[in-house]
Design a protein around this ligand. Structure first.
Ligand code: ACO
Length: 428
């Protein structure tokens, strides 16, 4: 709803152009400059879209100054650990939490759609041992488009919903099989008797036949409820984050009318980068580098030294200049896991010492540098015996309902156009 206007004046010739200011429900207002080129013959310039709203959305709201993150109006703290990840996925995709009956049906359907076509499984054979699971996941998700050709035309609402459920259901299977294929162990098929998150842990850990214990040392591989709950909450905390790089990629590819599986595969590619989904791996590298609680002051000093490029990984955030609301929930999970799994990890001690030292240091306080989601997620995933190369695939599983919701919203937006930015040409 247009309430106000902004006038832009070209000081070279005194010409003025007036644009509507549009208020959202919350957050900064926007200036609608969509006719700016037609009016003035000029483009706007905004590398990295730091001041550009690329779409209208009703899915996720972030207030970085006040540490707020909401999915469809619900505070993240009221969702993570309090509703299942599948219910939160339903909320993101459908706009409302499911009734108990809808929740049960959704869960059942996801279980039954979790299998992969054998042709996709054969595709794994073509990829070498040691392939990063993200590479395999991208390829397998792309390949879904070859198997589900019926979804090239999505006018049918039921097919539209089925497509979303199918991708969501298959992502943990793709991720677990991509990992097992990379280390050359037999693939484990989904177990329809298990809930989404338990099924994923099962497919990662089990031996063929469903055995969960090592034969040799009897080391316990049983999946505990506390582990399922922790990973389920991690999925929820990653489920959407409005127009981030991978979501924008999914929307851009979707805007060309490309197949939805291809759009999601593009999101996987964008998420792989260390500036995006790969940051939690770096936190782990750094905690290992610090190595011991006694070395923490040295590294805090390095992080504060302007002549040293060292930065404390897992601290600071482009949007959150206050506490990252997701990190708060993760901190609680980390403490719970430590107690319930009886973890005695040097890494956890180092992480706790880094956090304590930074939080009371003026350098970090003055700059609003707080632990972000990546600071805790790596430590928690390690406690869950998740290998480091699976950290980003886990982010993919969590982010899939967000991508699907954003893709659907784009498709249903009568104002959507092919994403086609302009440029400032400075070449010959
Ligand atoms: N360690 C030490 N100093 C830092 C850190 C850090 N982790 N982060 C920011 N600073 C300092 C900067 O040196 C700068 O100091 P100055 O004002 O004296 O020059 C000030 O804080 C502001 O930093 P910017 O880089 O301008 O902040 P920006 O918002 O551009 O960067 C970013 C945010 C990239 C996340 C940054 O905080 C960082 O590099 N953090 C470490 C990497 C990390 O954890 N990334 C994951 C982020 S979460 C995610 O993306 C999923």
């Amino acid at each position: 709803m247009a309430k106000n206007t902004m006038t832009l004046t070209d000081n070279r010739n005194g010409k003025s152009y007036e644009y509507n200011i549009i208020d959202g429900t919350r957050g900064p207002s926007v200036v609608d400059i969509s006719t700016f080129y037609k009016d003035s013959g000029m483009f706007t310039y905004d590398p990295g879209y730091t001041s550009t709203a690329s779409c209208e959305s009703k899915i996720t709201f972030i207030d970085g100054e006040n540490s707020e993150l909401r999915y469809r109006g619900y505070d993240i703290a009221d969702l993570a650990g309090k509703h299942s990840f599948l219910d939160v996925s339903y909320l993101l995709m459908r706009g409302k939490l499911p009734t108990p009956e809808a929740s049960k049906n959704f869960d059942l359907e996801i279980r039954h759609r979790s299998f992969l076509n054998e042709g996709i499984i054969r595709l794994f054979d073509a990829l070498p041992d040691g392939a990063h699971p993200m590479a395999t996941m991208g390829a397998a998700t792309m390949a879904l488009a070859a198997f589900y050709k019926d979804h090239l035309h999505l006018e049918d609402e039921e097919q539209f919903k089925m497509m979303r459920r199918r991708i969501l259901a298959k992502m943990p299977t793709i991720a677990a099989m991509a990992y097992r294929n990379s280390i050359g162990t037999p693939l484990i098929y989904p177990d329809v008797n298990k809930y989404f998150t338990e099924n994923f842990l099962y497919m990662l850990r089990a031996y063929p036949g469903g055995r969960m214990k090592y034969l040799g040392d009897g080391k316990n591989q049983e999946i505990r409820q506390v582990e399922i709950d922790a990973l389920d909450a991690i999925f929820t905390l990653h489920a959407d984050h409005e127009q981030n790089a991978s979501t924008t990629t999914v929307r851009n590819v979707g805007s060309t009318e490309a197949h939805p599986y291809v759009a999601i595969a593009s999101g996987i590619s964008a998420l792989w980068g260390s500036a995006h989904g790969g940051a939690n791996e770096k936190v782990m590298d750094q905690l290992k580098l610090i190595g011991d609680v006694k070395n923490v002051p040295t590294y805090i000093a390095k992080a504060k030294d302007k002549n040293d490029p060292f930065r404390l990984m897992g601290f600071g955030h482009r949007v959150y200049k206050n506490r990252d609301p997701r990190a708060e929930t993760l901190k609680g999970l980390q403490d719970k896991l430590r107690e319930e799994l009886n973890l005695d990890s040097k890494l956890l001690d180092v992480a706790a010492a880094v956090e304590e030292a930074a939080l009371k240091d003026d350098y970090f306080k003055e700059r609003g540098l707080y632990p972000n989601i990546d600071f805790y997620s790596g430590v928690i995933l390690t406690a869950l015996k998740i290998p480091v190369e699976m950290f980003t695939p886990i982010f993919v599983i969590g982010r899939t309902p967000g991508w699907l919701s954003q893709w659907s919203e784009l498709k249903q937006d009568p104002k959507h156009k092919i994403a086609r930015p302009r440029q400032l040409y400075t070449g010959n």
